[in-house]
Write a protein that binds this ligand. Structure first.
Ligand code: GTP
Ligand code: MG
Length: 194
């Protein structure tokens, strides 16, 4: 897809702030620092529209990026960062449920995992949560550039097995560094935003 227009519309903390133009939305989910915001930037070929950081916890709000006036990427705060207080974790949970459970124009969720590491219990919970609410899930195993070519199949298999990926669900190897998987990502997404 050729991206000619990409803009942040709102950084929301609650439902009443969400955009109301009913365009289809593709949300990101995944651990803190896994590369959710970087994924968005790579797909839309912008260096830093979505803010990224080498430190976990960069994205704190639900950020709606309108692409080509036709759909949204929705960037959300990551989970699983140890240095977060119980109160903050609860706030995060409420914010996420409010979005993922009730959003009618949410068409699919990109669950981003780090291909170098086995998915965590939080990742498994997130996958199961999304399946429970019958949201289409595309697992993106990112940071592929960090794994030598000869070992990629083995690491990918571990991701699939640990998450117990259901038949028909896609796991896409990807790198925001090299752009590997980008064309395939757009091909998969086209059926949700068309
Ligand atoms: P939070 O907003 O804190 O939840 O993090 P995030 O998931 O949005 O991660 P972000 O995109 O900010 O990236 C975190 C770090 O990982 C940054 O230093 C990125 O440069 C790096 N990173 C992201 N994707 C890749 C990738 O595919 N390859 C490599 N080598 N580094 C990556
Ligand atoms: Mg982020």
């Amino acid at each position: 897809m050729k991206v000619t227009n990409a803009e942040i519309v709102i950084s929301a903390v609650s439902q009443k702030q969400y955009p109301d133009d009913r365009l289809p939305e593709i949300a990101l989910a995944g651990r803190s620092n896994v590369g959710k915001s970087s994924f968005i930037n790579k797909l839309i070929s912008r260096k830093s529209l979505a803010r990224t950081s080498s430190k976990p916890g960069k994205t704190q709000t639900i950020n709606f990026y309108r692409i080509n006036e036709s759909f949204y990427f929705v960037d959300v705060p990551g989970y699983g960062y140890a240095k977060v207080s119980k109160t903050e974790r609860e706030k995060w949970g409420k914010m996420m449920e409010e979005y993922f459970i009730n959003r009618e124009n949410l068409e699919a969720v990109l669950l981003i995992t780090d291909i170098r590491h086995a998915p965590t219990n939080d990742d498994i919970m997130m996958y199961d949560f999304l399946k429970h609410y019958e949201l289409p899930v595309i697992v993106v195993a990112t940071k592929l550039d960090k794994i030598p070519k000869g070992k990629r199949a083995q690491y990918l298999k571990r991701t699939i097995n640990t998450l117990q990926i259901e038949k028909g669900d896609v796991v896409l190897p990807f790198s925001s560094e090299t752009g590997e998987g980008k064309e395939e990502a757009w091909r998969i997404l086209s059926k949700y935003i068309g």
